[in-house]
Design a protein around this ligand. Structure first.
Ligand code: G16
Length: 543
């Protein structure tokens, strides 16, 4: 089979963000754009030559075309065994699970996560290594650097590969295995949780609703919730994956999963509700008339871990991203286990998980997971909650409220200003940082400013340093505002403001979040001049 070397030129916008390279579909479709990036990955990871590579994506528009390109380039670059999810489908956590199970050298995951899909939507690609997790910053920077001087890529000519039938086929020297993307992942879930207890809870007549948002988790939810756990068919809504996600925005939060939220808040609504995102790594947890913040979810799963078979003998530690609330810290303190605060991005948890220093990780951005994979895992989080609810025989609200009574409540909200002008966003950040020196030690909101800094992280396992990870203003009473520019958007800039306050007085645990945090919200708006500088009079999304 003839290997062709095609001449190309660099694109200057191929630096990966928080989670791989995410771009508008039209950008990805430019001649040689995807090819340049994929070739750069092969150049930086020589272990792929002669090795095994997993490929799959969330099924969004351009998934199938990109996979055919990757197949041809993998054959040209000497991959020995290419394993592709049937029909090109693999949720992100399932990809992580199969990389680990088959001990592949790595995987290419095609997704732009929660970003909308379709010809006018977004597309993305990222590399996960042998451990199943997102490549470290050192590797993604090396890939980017190579892409900036690339002059050619390698590809073979071939017909399109049939991705619809499981089995093995040959392309030149390379074996292609099309595998069922659901079963291995469902088996892994069954090995972690008490399926009998969850089944019994469902059989007793409790109702649940899972919103797959027309994205990748539909078939996973059908296999696990319906077939293995006995939930009725109407427990899954929007369960058919569509290449444009039905025109929706598959981000499981109070704004984009509104139909589900309204149902859970209606009279006679289900006992439990959950949603996942485009590629299946995010989750939102709801009870009847109740929303669980992702930060609380991490803390509560950790505090109840002994109820879940895999974690019954204890957990090693917890890690959370810096903007995630400190709720889990109090659980770690009580359990006497390690607690780590990392920059935003799942890749920063990899070393801690590999070293066995943490068992659970979580982020405020609706991501939670454990050491069973090296990605966040939406369905895993849903099963954690179902397992805990079944074991305690309590409602979501009862579980969360009793947690608050024991540990106190961390009121938490995130205000996003999406698609604002990049220069204005940089201006806001510079303006905040310019006030840091004056702010330190100042009396504010009945307390004193303890810390005003730009968060840096030193990885305790390999010593690598990451700077400029978000601006923090922390008061002595633990209240905090954090400002960060998102690394996953594809248009302009998205500025996120994270606000939290700790409360332990029992009579103050039941306030409405935005009201409880109103003073801090005003403080954040004043200090950032966000409205004046961006021309926006309100956040685009509040979660
Ligand atoms: C990705 C990362 C997460 C991160 C999130 C938000 O999630 O994997 O670790 O928290 O982006 O990042 P940002 O605030 O920079 O937009 P996903 O689900 O998009 O892959």
């Amino acid at each position: 089979m003839e290997i062709k070397t095609i001449t190309t030129q660099p694109f200057d916008d191929q630096r990966p963000g928080t989670s791989g390279l995410r771009k508008k579909v039209a950008q990805m479709q430019q001649p040689n754009y995807l090819e340049n990036y994929v070739q750069s990955i092969f150049e930086i990871l020589p272990e792929l030559v002669g090795g095994a590579l997993i490929v799959g994506g969330d099924g969004r528009f351009y998934n199938d075309i990109a996979i055919q390109t990757i197949v041809r380039m993998a054959a040209a670059n000497g991959v020995k065994r290419l394993m592709v999810g049937q029909n090109g489908i693999l949720s992100t956590p399932a990809a992580s699970a199969v990389i680990r199970k088959f001990e592949a050298e790595g995987g290419l995951i095609l997704s732009a996560s929660h970003n909308p899909a379709g010809p006018d939507g977004d597309f993305g690609i990222k590399f996960n290594g042998h451990h199943g997790g997102p490549a470290s910053e050192t590797i993604t920077e090396a890939i980017y650097k190579f892409s900036q001087s690339i002059s050619s890529y390698k590809i073979v000519e071939s017909h399109d590969i049939d991705l619809s039938t499981t089995g093995s086929q040959q392309l030149g020297e390379m074996e292609i295995i099309i595998f069922d993307p659901i079963t291995d992942y469902a088996d892994l879930m069954e090995s972690i949780f008490d399926f009998d207890a969850i089944k019994a809870w469902i059989t007793k007549g409790h109702s649940l609703r899972f919103d797959a948002m027309h994205a990748v988790t539909g078939p996973y939810a059908t296999e696990i919730l319906q077939k293995r756990l006995g939930a009725p068919a109407d427990a899954i809504i929007n369960g058919t994956p569509l290449s444009d996600f039905g025109g929706g925005h598959p981000d499981p939060n109070l704004v984009h999963a509104k139909v589900l939220v309204d149902e859970l808040y209606s009279d006679g609504g289900p006992d439990f509700g959950a949603a996942s995102d485009g590629d299946g790594d995010r989750n939102m947890i709801l009870g009847n008339h109740f929303f669980v913040t992702p930060s609380d979810s991490l803390a509560i799963i950790a505090a109840n871990a002994q109820l879940i078979p895999r974690y019954k003998s204890g957990i090693n530690g917890i890690a959370r991203s810096m903007p995630t609330s400190s709720a889990a810290d109090r659980v770690a303190e009580k359990l006497g286990i390690e607690m780590h605060e990392t920059p935003t991005g799942w890749k920063f948890f990899g070393n801690l998980l590999d070293a066995g220093r943490v068992t659970f990780c979580g982020e405020e951005s609706f991501g939670t997971s454990s050491d069973h994979v090296r990605e966040k895992d939406g369905i895993w989080a849903v099963l954690c909650w179902l397992n805990i609810i079944a074991a305690r025989n309590e409602s979501v609200a009862q579980i969360v409220e009793s947690h608050w009574q024991e540990y106190g409540r961390t009121y938490y909200t995130r205000h996003d200003y999406e698609e604002i002008d990049l220069e204005s966003a940089k201006g806001v950040m510079a303006h905040i940082e310019s006030q840091f020196e004056a702010l330190r030690g100042e009396a504010r909101l009945g307390s004193k400013v303890k810390t005003a800094d730009n968060f840096s992280y030193s990885d305790p396992v390999d010593g690598s340093q990451s700077h400029n990870q978000g601006l923090r203003i922390i008061l002595e009473n633990g209240s905090r505002v954090v400002f960060r520019l998102s690394g996953t958007g594809t248009v302009g800039a998205t500025l996120r403001i994270y606000i939290e306050k700790y409360e332990s007085r029992l009579e103050k645990l039941g306030e409405e979040t935005q009201i409880a945090l109103s003073e801090l919200i005003n403080f954040a708006e004043q200090i950032s001049e966000i409205k004046q500088r961006t021309g926006r009079d309100a956040p685009s999304v509040i979660t």
